[in-house]
Ligand binder design. Structure first.
Ligand code: CP
Ligand code: NVA
Length: 309
């Protein structure tokens, strides 16, 4: 049984295959228009979503299948019944499950007890679907992945950062993390080690840098994510802005990256927080091409997990 949980579980060949498939499916969507006939995807959400929900649901529809949106509010998951029982029951009805849960440990339990593939659609530790689509977008724009340098700026104790670290290392891209010298905003040591181990094999590098200018220097891609991830309480906003402000991606900072550097954000984004409006709405920004690719990449992921490609 194949699942998509952490990107570090994939081989370099597997992630490169998914990226190339996503590019191919985008060019020839009609080739897959019945690939999911009579198939059902269950989508369990414990946190909000726009892109993930819409792209998975639309992807299933475009491939002739069906998706069920299931809010955790309507579910006994983990409260009235165990995750084990939910997984066993749901597997009897549906062909594939994606879940956006607060805790990766809950996702793991869901996957361990499911007889159909399970996808981590954002947990505290991972956002693998996002990063497959991000790498697809970079490959489309730059024509290659290996040897490029991506700088991630801002809150780095973060699911997107972790999957970017795994994903970049797997495809041979160098990753620089620009973040405050403060444990609350730095990647966990365990993830740094995992990424470094993968990077050693692909000949790439993983660097944690606390000087914002040094971090973006010579970057091909500058990437940022929300300073206020879904699980962060509003009461922390003021303090977070204070600490993270030096790592805001603004046009002054972008000047230190390569001339042809691209700007990415997985979205949702707040102008004036993790980036300024002139950057996200400016000519270097590719955030909506990136968002569109969620659709094509989800299709590749679903087809791969179900053994259709
Ligand atoms: N990037 C992303 O996962 O967006 P949503 O939270 O809107 O799904
Ligand atoms: N880090 C963000 C990603 C949203 C897609 C969050 O967890 O909310």
């Amino acid at each position: 049984m194949k699942h998509l949980l952490a990107l570090k579980d994939l081989t370099s060949n597997e992630i490169l295959f998914l990226i190339d498939k996503a590019i191919e499916i985008k060019k020839n969507p009609e080739k897959y228009s019945t690939a999911m006939k009579d198939k059902t995807l269950l989508m369990i959400f414990e946190k909000p979503s726009l892109r993930t929900r819409l792209s998975f649901e639309t992807g299933m529809t475009q491939m002739g299948g069906h998706a069920i949106f299931y809010s955790i509010k309507d579910s006994p998951l983990g409260k009235k019944e165990s995750i084990h029982d939910t997984a066993k029951t749901a597997s009897r009805y549906v062909d594939i499950i994606m879940a956006r849960l607060n805790k990766f440990t809950d996702l793991k339990e869901l996957a361990d007890n499911s007889s159909v593939p399970v996808i981590d659609a954002l947990s505290d530790m991972n956002h693998p679907c996002q990063i497959i689509c991000d790498l697809q977008t970079i490959k489309e724009k730059k024509g290659k992945l290996k040897g490029l340098t991506l700088t991630y700026m801002g809150d780095s104790e973060n699911n997107v950062t972790y999957s970017l670290m795994h994903g970049c290392a797997l495809v041979g891209m160098n990753i620089k993390i620009g973040c405050p010298n403060d444990k609350r905003f730095m990647p966990k040591e365990s993830v740094i080690q995992e990424a470094e181990e993968i990077a050693k094999k692909t000949g790439s590098t993983v660097k944690i840098i606390h000087d914002p200018i040094e971090a973006v220097k010579n970057a091909d891609i500058v990437y940022t994510d929300s300073w206020m991830s879904y699980h962060i309480p509003e009461s922390e906003q003021e303090e977070r802005i204070k600490v993270l402000k030096p790592f805001q991606v603004n046009s002054e900072l972008m000047k230190h990256a390569k001339k042809d550097a691209l700007f990415m954000n997985c979205l949702p984004a707040m102008r004036g927080f993790e980036q300024t409006a002139d950057v996200i709405d400016g000519p270097q920004s590719i955030v909506f091409d990136q968002a569109e690719n969620r659709l094509h990449a989800q299709k590749a992921i679903i087809l791969w997990l179900l053994g259709k490609i």
